[in-house]
Design a protein around this ligand. Sequence first.
Ligand code: SAH
Ligand code: SF4
Ligand code: F3S
Length: 481
Amino acid sequence: MQIEHFINQIDLTLDPPAEEPLRQYYFIAKARTLVAQMEKEAGRKMTFCVNTFGCQMNARDSEKLCGILNAIGYQESESEDADFVIYNTCTVRENANNKVYGRLGYLHGYKKKNPHMMIALCGCMMQEEKVVAKIKQSYRFVDLIFGTHNIFKFAELLVQSIENNKMVVDVWENTDQIVEQLPNERKFRFKSGVNIMFGCNNFCSYCIVPYVRGRERSREPREIIREIENFVADGVVEVMLLGQNVNSYGKNLDQPITFAQLLEQIEQIEGLERIRFMTSHPKDLSDELIAVMAKSKKICRHLHLPLQSGSSRLLKIMNRHYDKEQYLTLVEKIRAAMPDIALTTDIIVGFPGETEEDFEETMDVVRKVRYDSAFTFIYSKRTGTPAAKMEDQVPEDVVKVRFDRLLKEVQEIAAEKSAVLTGQIQDVLVESVNHQDDSLLTGRLGNNSVVHFPGSRELIGQIIPVRLDECKGFYYIGSRA
Ligand code: SAH
Ligand code: SF4
Ligand code: F3S
């Protein structure tokens, strides 16, 4: 509301202000007049469609893009046959990139038919020089390219793009800037992601994220608290705190605070009922955090603790700063403090030089920890990372066989584990009407398991007790308790 008030008062005959976020408010006001003009010409409302690839960070960034587009007067459309299509891209694995190139062809078809159509590409993939070069050369119909560091400038870039007839490219190598108080949308009324930090300093040797997201920067605790308080006033009951390694939150602030201390402050927010976070790097997971989680009434009993590999030899080459024994000891400590906690993980198969023995170590950890679920990935070579230059990349057929063995093990354990709550009554956040059967609702337990149960849509957004009648492998069928 406050932002809207500001934007309405802006005098566009003046030059744009230099400081943020006022500068962006100015460009939102300016874009409104340009879009209104386009509406007049077309005789209809202008529509937009944001297509998001990759992780929760990108999902949250897309909500910021949507917030700005709504403020400008665009209407959201489900279809990519819209007046403004944005791809918020991911580059963590090669196949993420290929998907984008594949779809750009389709978009070109739409663009040929719609003279108002604009196409923007942003996100992690755009931080790679060779990607931008390829688009400039082979996809000349793209109107706007920007990266992860200047997403706050979206309104300004959009104005530039509407006013210019040629491709606008603005990609920054890095930034220490965090611009607060920009418009943003939430996909869900009752839950939201909240960035607590940006970037990553860990440089795991296989990973491209530090190169495309820049150095680690934490938001000020008061900004985080203010944002969550506003969300809660607007109906949010659950937040997911987002960072590539939340355990290093706050270290570089002028007044340093720990992630555990931040959690304690967030816990005090009245009306907020559930707190989740990701991702926790095992190397930095402190006893203080375990203690805060164990005594908390709001932090969900779920921890995503990426393993990557069970081989101490490979973990060292991956630059993960823990070994197999340390990881297992950490899991024991967490389970001793919270016996009911759900543990999930990420595992990479086929890192350069992975031997059968290394892979067996990973299988051994999987059997010992018994994860509630695990994301398994085939190693993907990312240009510019140290691992891409390593010799003895593992042959594809070997990786495939290992991957299938791992997946089978992970799924068998997950199926056994998910059955343990059968018969219990648990608090469930009702998230949606079931996609297949609209007499059912779909909700989530604190441990992140999913339950489908009969009920009406008014319950969406509420936390209610549900009896978990039957386990169907990866989800429950339940009834209201
Ligand atoms: N910051 C988070 C994860 C970010 S990327 C963390 O440290 O856990 C999400 C997952 O993608 C990683 O956990 C890893 O398992 C996987 N991943 C990253 N780079 C990869 C690569 N080059 N090939 C295959 N999987 C990769
Ligand atoms: Fe990548 Fe490692 Fe940073 Fe996670 S912690 S984003 S895996 S470099
Ligand atoms: Fe992908 Fe960027 Fe996230 S590379 S996984 S969208 S940080």
